[in-house]
Design a binder for this molecule. Sequence first.
Ligand code: 2OP
Length: 217
Amino acid sequence: MAPIRGYVFDAYGTLFDVHSVIEAGRAITGDPAALSTLWRQKQLEYTWLRSLMGRYEDFWAVTEAALRFSLRRLGLRAGEAEIARLMEAYLSLACFPEVPAALERLAGRPLAILSNGSPRMLQAAVASSGLGARLQHVLSVDAVKTYKPAPSVYALGPRALGVPADALLFVSSNAWDVAGAKAVGYQVAWCNRTGAPAEELGVRADVEVSRLTDLPV
Ligand code: 2OP
């Protein structure tokens, strides 16, 4: 691999554990994991559909729409107060346990988040997980009003860091996000915590790790 001059991290699923909303789901279902999984899947699906349709709405709106659909799909009853509580869980997500040590290990080079999240959602998650001091940039797709894996989104990283994509390591646990970043020329690390198979999208990560503390330096 070429020398790495900066790191660009995906947020949800990579630094922040989106399934930490499971706790909030316990109030309305006996199977909060099923709700959390469907909610996440529909959230991503809606980002891709809205991008193709040219009808951007921010990630907060997309996340709420995905929740409302998932509740209906699973036949769950939830009032507006419960929906608000589930949405608020997104503002206080936990980071994966190894994240502080992993970022500490890479300190000295610029570290950034590049995420689908709206600026407000990202600021809240960064604050609640205590990662603010370790990150130099928090970049949202909201600047270009479309979602990953659009090339215009990934272009935000090199522009903000002032470093070309091939000298940056993009880090994601989402295999489709790995493919999107690789397709536009980043060096890419796939954090494959679950031993998932790679996507068949014609591009592969340069390196695969199972924990962020194993990233190349
Ligand atoms: C993110 O952009 C893809 O959810 C992922 O943070």
